[in-house]
Design a protein around this ligand. Structure first.
Ligand SMILES: [Zn+2]
Length: 465
């Protein structure tokens, strides 16, 4: 009897999986993990910014070696440094992060990666170390660097679905210059597709190669969807310098795809998570320095407004947003002016280039409802304290802020408390740079207002009056 019930349940699970989404390409739908049980925990990392140039003496060898042989080259380096503040991730720091993530959770439900895989100023550093001006050599080295990051990740998490998005540094053409429909997008799509594992992936190659965005169905419930966006097109810094063709509409093409996709999800009764690199709202650091008191948005205003309106409109199915880019541990609350509608969970960087300690996050969640229950940040100690190359649990939302879950309501509760309760405020500001005591966001009010007001007028009103 017990076995019969089990068979019926399995058959139903397979049928449900087959009906899932609009997946027409059956060969694209790995079902070996269908009905897999979620563990209720997953990991997020962001802004790895892997710097392959940390030991200049091995760069020549790296240029001559296939990325599959890179680990051996890095291991042969006499430089065992994890790097200082102000630089992107050295090899040992990146590997240490993967090892620690594996140690904390060797079988997470998934790993969300919020973009920026390669180091800043890649082109000029490459030129400086190789003297090589040939465009194809640069592109080959960028491909090897990206491939190596994913190879190391795959070694540590051979079965875990990995859900990446692009950062502003992730392209052949340079910072904020992602080329729509360009060769980097198709390369990156091909590299990452196998890492989706059991996440259904119809259209992944097509939409990622076109604009760096995608939708996948999650395997634990046939009504849950993960959408990865390329928000670099929305950035105030974005320019398409590699392509003379008219691609000014790349951002709106993507936005319209998102609009259509959300309408489609809504009609099917699917719940959605959105993940991207650059969050909507203020560039708080820049805004905090603005004189006279003013505001700088992360995205061009029409994108910021349209996106927030869209989130407000679909707030019943959008269960959360994930971002990176600021390199800091923070959150943002979305509201329509009357009620709270959603939130953005922002994961700090592995790279310590902006003087944050390296950090990653483990989330406890409800896979059926797409609800976040808790978020724990782990931090690396070895940048701050030379020689102490260990990681520690830094804090978790539930215990620190005394909240039972992470959503717009509970985050607004923390936010409100920050205004008058100095302990709550001190926690948030202290964890912002992942526990680097030398870096506390100042003035606190700009950072506080930036967490709650994602449009310039609201931010200015909060911060300047
Ligand atoms: Zn970054």
């Amino acid at each position: 009897m017990k076995n019969q019930i089990l068979i019926i349940v399995l058959v139903l699970a397979v049928i449900a999986q087959g009906c899932n989404g609009n997946n027409s390409d059956k060969s694209d739908t790995p079902l070996d993990n269908a009905g897999a049980t979620a563990t209720g925990k997953f990991l997020i990392m962001s802004d790895v910014h892997f710097n392959p140039f940390c030991d200049p003496s091995i760069v020549d060898q790296l240029t001559k070696t296939d990325y599959k042989g890179w680990q051996k080259v890095f291991e042969s380096s006499s430089d065992s440094s994890y790097g200082p503040y102000g630089t992107d991730s050295y090899y040992r720091l990146m590997v240490s992060a993967f090892e620690e993530m594996q140690k904390r959770n060797s079988n997470p439900d998934m790993i969300i990666i919020n973009g920026d895989f390669i180091c800043h100023q890649f082109e000029s550093v490459f030129l400086q170390h190789t003297g090589e001006t040939n465009r194809d050599s640069l592109r080959s080295f960028i491909r090897k660097t990206v491939s190596f990051v994913f190879l190391m990740l795959d070694q540590h998490f051979p079965n875990t679905p990995v859900l990446p998005v692009l950062g502003n540094n992730d392209d052949y053409c340079g910072d904020y210059h992602i080329q729509p429909d360009g060769p980097f997008l198709s390369f990156f799509a091909g590299q990452t597709k196998p890492l989706l594992r059991n996440m259904q992936q119809s259209d992944y190659l097509k939409t990622f190669s076109k604009g760096g965005y995608y939708k996948v169905a999650m395997p634990w419930d046939d009504k849950t969807v993960f959408i990865g966006l390329n928000t670099i097109y929305f950035s105030t810094n974005y320019a398409n310098v590699c392509d003379s063709a008219d691609t000014a509409n790349a951002g709106w093409d993507e936005f319209n795809w998102l609009k259509k996709t959300l309408a489609d999800c809504k009609s099917k009764g699917e719940d959605v998570w959105l993940s991207y690199h650059i969050p909507p709202g203020m560039d708080i650091y820049k805004s905090s320095k603005a004189k006279p008191c003013g505001a700088h948005e992360m995205w061009k205003q029409p994108y910021n407004d349209s996106f927030l309106n869209l989130v407000n409109r679909y707030s019943d199915i959008i269960k959360g947003n994930f971002a990176g880019h600021t390199h800091m541990d923070e959150f943002r609350i979305i509201s329509d002016g009357k009620k709270l509608t959603s939130f953005v969970h922002i994961t700090p960087a592995i790279s310590p280039i902006f003087d944050n300690n390296p950090g990653f996050v483990e989330i406890t969640w409800d896979p059926k409802k797409l609800e976040l229950i808790n978020s724990v940040t782990y931090r690396f100690k070895g940048i701050q304290t030379k020689g102490d190359n260990t990681w520690a649990e830094e804090y978790n939302y539930g215990k620190t802020y005394n909240i039972p879950a992470i959503n717009a309501k509970t985050l607004a509760k923390i936010w409100k408390k920050m205004e008058t309760d100095s302990a709550t405020r001190a926690h948030y500001m202290h964890y912002y740079f992942v526990n680097n005591p030398a870096e506390i966001p100042t003035p606190w009010k700009a950072y506080w207002c930036g967490a709650r007001f994602l449009r310039a007028d609201g931010f200015v009103k909060c911060n300047c009056q």
